[in-house]
Design a protein around this ligand. Structure first.
Ligand code: GUN
Ligand code: ZN
Length: 443
């Protein structure tokens, strides 16, 4: 189906330069969508003429049309333990996380949770994510199947852990290798789905398992490698005891060939300059998880320092340690963490972090994360004045940067009016229906 979408278009069409991220906006703009792709982008005065003017038109004037958001680190099996009181990382894992993940031995639990989780991502305007399952291969089949039915571009993987975890959540080096291979063969590159080899973190993998993971990472260089690093001081100390021969926590992974392009490391709070140099030089990615880092009292990720070192950084909710599925709310916390470190983030950087940065982190910026001819049509319609408060605030905003900044500080799922995945509308609120005046709504 071919159609036009009209509204205020805002995105980050170029990677950030020395001066940081840049916004491009078209106040009265139009996207031409054709067969799930963006065919053209431009001002309404140019696109609503000639033969294009007879195409179905979704009129979202007064709304912001932006690329779908990309969450680069989130645990779908932890959906139900979001906002569980107290504790830092290691206690929190034992008390809440492992019992919750054990329930995913039951494929019915996995299937029901996967459906809810993906609907929740979409309601919040997140169209792509890098997702952890549990140790059970069936948990990954469930989330990939549900994503495929929604046409989403999603990466996911089975968690690998063969020690320092409850017996019913442990695999082995051999089964980790075999099960991951089977899942890669089944899912990687099918439709819009991509596989992530997912050792949980160094403390829960034996030396033999890390060797097996290194082998997978070599055999499947275009699959992701997804894990956690240097989140919490007690965790870092534990890794030092478990791997006395490694220079640093990151070095444990690097020693097994796991620091490479398409490797995504959640948290990266307690790294040193050498770690950052290696990540940058080897094309690895840091997932900035501000709500989680504040919630578990883990520490403050220094975005400016990571970028200055040349590290790719994506933004992530990290639910269930993270406290919201909303990338607006996550961006607001990223802003505050950076403000505490003396380097607040601009509106352009916040939009970049929610969209293009995630695409770059996943090496998908030739397909998603910004608007250009040939890009996949994942985009959202945001209403900056969806609540009484945000409406009052939006009235005072002059520039697009001001509107966006207030939207990032005040926004949440209520500010997401429509969500298009591969060109199909997957969410349409009542407000969205009123704004879209066309009779023929795709999807
Ligand atoms: N480190 C190892 N596993 C986890 C997890 O599930 N959540 C967080 N936040 N950190 C981890
Ligand atoms: Zn995590």
């Amino acid at each position: 189906m071919t159609y036009l979408v009209r509204g205020t278009l805002v995105h980050c069409p170029v990677p950030p330069g020395e001066a940081g991220a840049e916004l491009e906006s078209i106040d009265d703009g139009v996207l031409l969508v054709e067969k799930g792709r963006i065919a053209r982008i431009g001002p309404a005065s140019e696109l609503l003429t000639g033969e294009l003017s007879s195409l179905p038109l979704l009129d979202y004037r007064g709304r912001l049309i932006m690329p779908g958001m990309v969450d680069v680190h989130v645990h779908y099996p932890q959906t139900d333990i979001i906002a569980s009181y107290g504790e830092q990382l290691l206690e929190w894992l034992n008390r809440y996380t492992f019992p919750a993940e054990a329930a995913f031995a039951d494929t019915a639990v996995a299937a029901e949770t996967a459906e809810f989780f993906l609907d929740e991502l979409l309601r919040n305007g997140t169209t792509s994510a890098l997702v952890l399952g549990t140790v059970h291969p069936g948990s990954v089949d469930a989330v990939f199947g549900a994503a495929e039915r929604r046409g989403m571009r999603l990466a996911a993987g089975k968690v690998l852990m063969d020690r320092n975890a409850p017996g019913n959540l442990r695999d082995s080096a051999a089964s980790a290798y075999r099960d991951s291979r089977e899942l890669i063969e089944r899912w990687h590159g099918r439709d819009r789905l991509l596989y992530a080899i997912t050792p949980r973190f160094a403390p829960t993998s034996s030396e033999a398992q890390l060797v097996a993971v290194g082998r997978l990472a070599r055999e499947y260089p275009d699959a992701y490698l997804h894990t956690h690093v240097a989140e919490n001081r007690a965790e870092v100390e534990w890794v030092r005891e478990l791997f006395p021969g490694s220079r640093s926590y990151l070095d444990v992974y690097d020693g097994h060939g796991l620091v490479r392009e398409r490797s995504v490391f959640a948290h990266c709070i307690h790294l040193d300059d050498d770690d950052r140099r290696r990540m940058a030089g080897q094309g690895a990615v840091a997932a900035f998880c501000p709500t989680s880092n504040l919630f578990l009292g883990s520490g403050l990720f220094d975005y400016a320092q990571a970028r200055a070192a040349g590290v790719r950084v994506g933004l992530a909710t990290d639910v269930g340690a993270g406290t919201s599925f909303s990338m607006f709310r996550t961006a607001a916390e990223a802003y505050k963490v950076s403000a505490l470190l003396g380097r607040p983030l601009s509106a352009a950087t916040l939009l970049y972090l929610c969209t293009r940065a995630g695409a770059e982190a996943l090496y998908l910026d030739d397909r998603i994360g910004w608007f250009g001819a040939g890009m996949e049509a994942d985009f959202i319609v945001a209403h900056p004045g969806a609540t009484a408060m945000s409406r009052r605030r939006d009235r005072r905003s002059g520039t697009i940067a001001e509107r966006l900044f207030a939207l990032f500080m005040l926004g949440d799922d209520r500010h997401v009016e429509a969500v298009f995945v591969n060109g199909s509308n997957r969410l349409s609120t009542d407000a969205g229906r009123q704004a879209g005046r066309s009779e023929q709504r795709p999807g």
